[in-house]
Design a protein around this ligand. Structure first.
Ligand code: ADP
Length: 189
């Protein structure tokens, strides 16, 4: 069983690469962003709590996020392997994830960080916005998400680096080539 964290800023291509990885390796995909969107769309009690926070582009508090993640893990006791996408976004989340894995006699085997500069993600998102013709408030929200990544989430990288679990893959260029480079990391075992 291989468990993987795919890490990177908004617009880094995590969604695109996740899809390809799931197809190839059969991971159970756990995207905290998707889970939160499901809750807000279905207006669950959790959805009601996080809706405004998400709309502002800010991070949902760790306590809520970690509880939701634990629930999701417990739903999949027989998973062949997990691909975590959008989690962990803070050091306490990374610590909680390690604990959950350990409690299940497992571990996070690979952390793959898609390396994309802030300028590149801003350019990609600006381009996507003109194509999709998004509203102005959407622009503010995206800016906030990028800022949250480069001020808060980036601190998760040294956590994994210290434990020698961090693998960096250059995230700019051909999608297939980036995918191959991710697969090389996974297949190196
Ligand atoms: P992005 O498209 O910016 O990568 P996601 O789709 O992963 O974002 O998540 C959307 C929103 O959900 C985030 O802006 C945040 O409010 C919330 N969220 C998702 N994952 C987490 C997390 N691990 N910790 C805190 N908040 C989260």
């Amino acid at each position: 069983m291989i468990n993987l964290v795919l890490f990177g800023p908004p617009g880094a291509g995590k969604g695109t690469q996740s899809e390809k990885l799931i197809k190839k390796y059969g991971f159970v995909h756990i995207s905290t962003g998707d889970l939160f969107r499901w809750h807000t769309k279905n207006d669950t009690p959790l959805g009601k709590r996080v809706k405004e926070i998400m709309n502002s582009g800010a991070l949902v508090p760790d306590e809520i996020t970690i509880a939701m993640l634990k629930e999701e893990l417990d739903k999949n006791p027989k998973a062949k392997g997990f691909l975590f996408d959008g989690f962990p976004r803070t050091v306490p989340q990374a610590e909680a994830l390690d604990k959950f894995m350990k409690d299940n006699n497992s571990a996070i085997h690979y952390v793959i960080a898609l390396e994309v500069t802030e300028a590149e993600v801003r350019a990609r998102i600006a381009k996507r916005r003109t194509v999709e013709n998004r509203a102005d408030d959407e622009e503010e929200k995206l800016n906030k998400r990028i800022t949250e990544y480069f001020t808060k989430t980036i601190h998760v990288l040294p956590y994994y680096e210290k434990q020698k679990r961090l693998n960096t893959v250059h995230g700019i260029g051909d999608i297939e080539e980036i995918f191959e480079n991710i697969c090389k990391v996974i297949d190196q075992q």
